[in-house]
Ligand binder design. Structure first.
Ligand code: 4LI
Ligand code: NI
Length: 186
């Protein structure tokens, strides 16, 4: 089980590397990496469990954030209400954005990252809607259309696979400058 001490922090070169493709069928090692990353997200979102283990909650965790420079990320976006199905739960490998909206979107409270201890404030403009292609844990190719929050999370995690951190996208001069061309997502 991963703890905060296992999460690589900003400044670690692995977070700035281009990650390598994942090979299928998955090795036992990569399968465990996938399971452990998803386990982190599940536990981190449970109020009693995250307090017990002092885990910071997350909806996404990319392999470079646990020191593995591989194109794999776990994503667990909860539904609106407690008993709702998650909006997305899965481990994605070798993801690619195959198309995106002209419309941009940004979380209206900004973004956080498990690898960045001090929140960098500001809007993080991204695509509002994307179509992604990735491989699931069985190696099957999946094509998925996403919008709003899940689309933002996918883009944040996919950035990690290219060595990009969310604050790279923040307008330095005016971090909270609103734009007509960006949809702000609650
Ligand atoms: C507890 C239990 C307010 C501030 C609102 C918490 C279960 C910020 C938002 C959570 C913000 C869960 C999140 C991300 C933001 C802010 C990530 C709380 C965990 C909200 C996830 C990857 C950016 C993702 C919406 C600086 C660790 N997550 N909030 N951004 N949640 N969470 N990101 N933004 N302002 N980061 O952080 O997992 S994409 Cl689910
Ligand atoms: Ni992150």
């Amino acid at each position: 089980m991963y703890l905060m001490k296992d999460i690589t922090r900003d400044g670690d070169p692995v977070l700035r590397q281009e990650a390598a493709d994942v090979q299928f069928p998955l090795s036992a090692e990569d399968r465990k990496l996938a399971d452990d990353m998803m386990e982190y997200l599940v536990i981190s979102q449970d109020e009693t469990e995250n307090e017990k283990y002092k885990l910071r909650p997350g909806v996404g965790l990319a392999a470079p954030q646990v020191g593995e420079s591989k194109r794999m990320a776990a994503i667990l976006v909860p539904g609106e209400f407690e008993d709702d199905e998650p909006l997305f739960k899965g481990v994605i490998s070798n993801p690619v954005i195959i198309s995106h909206s002209v419309q941009d979107g940004a979380l209206d409270m900004g973004e956080g990252c498990l690898s960045v201890d001090e929140d960098v404030a500001g809007f993080v403009p991204r695509h509002d809607r994307i179509t992604v292609r990735y491989q699931n844990l069985d190696g099957e190719t999946v094509k998925l259309r996403l919008k709003d929050y899940p689309a933002i999370v996918f883009q944040h995690e996919m950035d990690h696979l290219h060595g990009v951190l969310y604050y790279d996208h923040i307008n330095q001069a005016e971090p909270w400058a609103e734009s007509e061309d960006v949809k702000y997502i609650k």
